[in-house]
Design a protein around this ligand. Sequence first.
Ligand SMILES: *Cc1c(COP(=O)(O)O)cnc(C)c1O
Length: 324
Amino acid sequence: MVKLNTNENPYPPSPRVLEAIAGTADASVRLYPDPEAHALRARAARVYGVPADHIMAGNGSDELLALVLRATIDPGDRVAFPVPTYSLYETLVAVQGGAAVRVPFPDDFSLPPALAAARARVTFLCNPNSPSGTLVPLERVEALARALPGLLVVDEAYVDFACEHALGLVGRLPNVLVLRTLSKSFSLAGLRVGLAFGHPDLLAGLRAVKDSYNLSRLSQAAGEAALGDLPWMEANLARIKATRARLAAELERTGFRVPASEANFVLARQPGVDLGPVARALAARDILVRHFAVPGLEDALRITVGTDAEVDALLAALRDVARP
Ligand SMILES: *Cc1c(COP(=O)(O)O)cnc(C)c1O
């Protein structure tokens, strides 16, 4: 199976992660984990240059997204986000009884001005965005934060694959929360480690509605070890970015349009063509890519940047099944 549909890292995590898990998997697992994940947060504070009291750990950033809405939204409150984007926002707003305000991205996926005008209690910006892979420049993110009356959540799940990030806004702007995950760039999707960066008052609100023991002992140890081996992660980033450039160029040569990606996936489009049949034909050859049966996105495939061998297999199969 060539699995290029959920944006996992094709390379393994640092060997230090597996050592840390082995070193933690002993009789101490009868004890509850640290509810505040002190060691993990201290390591994150050193790595990111942000004080530990501005950092909170979550059971993946998906948990942190849920906590944000649990802490902030009463029934009917407005939650705005540009679309298309990460589909979990929609689900979480519905669970909380909020009112989703969906602001369409323009064709070039630049920041839509109507997002600030929505004046929502919470605004989500997935940056780089999924499924487009595009990045809103930092100066535009800062201007958005300053223009908003409510909270801006910058979901930076893919930002290690990009050229800039919004962590510098944390501490300067009290209404900005930046979310990171170790699932993508650090290859830890199976262990569920996310980080929230924001003003301590914001984090206190999230902590008040979280499960006490939200991160297992093994996850905390693994996250700390992963953050302790940046060169490993950076070597994988370099490989993925090189493969991304090759994949995008080859897809364009095969007749697809590919917006410039700052993530570990690309969006391949054939305007006006439903690519559902192409996705199914690839699946029949054991190659999984993501097709969205969503109005306006039927003509696109989101393809995770795998290993060079996986990408070669995909490109060879695409030349057979796609008719540009
Ligand atoms: C993968 C992803 C997440 C979730 O990350 P986890 O830490 O694995 O929960 C959050 N936001 C976006 C946009 C993602 O793609």
